[in-house]
Design a protein around this ligand. Structure first.
Ligand code: NAI
Length: 256
């Protein structure tokens, strides 16, 4: 499949986990990739090599997407690297586990600035580029099942992903006249470094699995497959939606 032939995709937070899987998946289908993270380390270098081995180009741009001017510069710089940008995957995200009454302003800001504010202004920069150049664009946001279902002790995270749900609904309408599609992917429990403590705790893991009808964690590649679909022309009539990749978690029913 060469669904992304002649396309360039920027994936934020792509050194590891779901972002890395998205980058590899789109490269395997022909895209040149702009990788991003707060630092370039051996994981980023390895990804560049893997993408090059597929015959595709890859460049890593260092930027902290929680800072508004950084994320705007990231998108504008990404356009310059290969002369265009077709796909923006807003993947970078953070979570903080705290009782609501113990959350500090610093933690709240970190979660909201990364998961919502940075993403907001990244999409704005991308939309301006598409509008100025009269070129179509596709945005895929990494949301979470927690744009829909509660997650006690993760109030700021839920607020950020809940906000992302409505942001995507709203922008789908505002940006459709400019040929820009925007959708969310909402992963359930995926085996990535963000879930290391869960995966290391057998009892906690079993409790989580009880709520997943498919009785297993997802793989980053499971999420990347849906991201690739939404970013591709196969989804040309899809905008303003959320696609859940959760093994049935969100709307499960526990039989007694
Ligand atoms: P991860 O922690 O393995 O990877 C996130 C990447 O984003 C890391 O490379 C990190 O350095 C980068 N990042 C964080 N803040 C950044 C910033 N300010 N600027 C640039 N890069 C930054 O996480 P994972 O699991 O791959 O998650 C990716 C996305 O998927 C997140 O938005 C997360 O909320 C979402 N998600 C993950 C789930 C899971 O079970 N793993 C479930 C639901 C949603």
């Amino acid at each position: 499949m060469e669904r992304f032939k002649d396309k360039v995709a920027l994936v934020t937070g792509s050194s590891q986990g779901i972002g890395a899987a998205c980058a590899l998946r789109m490269a395997s289908e022909g895209a040149d990739i702009i990788l991003n993270g707060r630092t370039l380390d051996e994981r980023g270098e390895k990804l560049i090599n893997q993408i090059n081995e597929m015959g595709r180009k890859a460049t890593f741009l260092v930027a902290d997407i929680s800072l508004t001017q950084n994320v705007i510069n990231l998108v504008n710089d990404a356009v310059k690297v290969y002369g265009k940008l077709d796909i923006l995957v807003n993947n970078a995200g953070v979570e903080k586990n705290h009782n609501f009454w113990e959350v500090t302003e610093e933690e709240y800001d970190l979660v909201m600035d990364t998961n919502l504010k940075g993403l907001f202004f990244g999409i704005q920069a991308f939309a301006k580029y598409c509008m100025d150049h009269k070129t179509p664009g596709t945005v895929v946001n990494m949301s979470s099942v927690h744009e829909e279902i509660i997650f006690p002790h993760f109030a700021a995270y839920c607020a950020s992903k809940g906000g992302l749900k409505m942001l995507t609904r709203n922008l789908a309408t505002e940006l459709a006249p400019f040929n820009i599609r925007i959708n969310n992917v909402a992963p359930g429990a995926i085996a990535t470094p963000i879930n290391k403590s869960l995966m290391d705790n057998k009892e906690q893991l079993n409790n989580v699995l009880k709520n997943i009808p498919m009785k297993k964690l997802g793989a980053p590649e499971d999420v990347a497959a849906v991201v690739a679909f939404l970013a591709s022309d196969d989804a040309r009539y899809v905008t303003g939606s959320t696609y859940f990749v959760d093994g049935g978690l969100t709307y499960h029913y526990e039989e007694q």
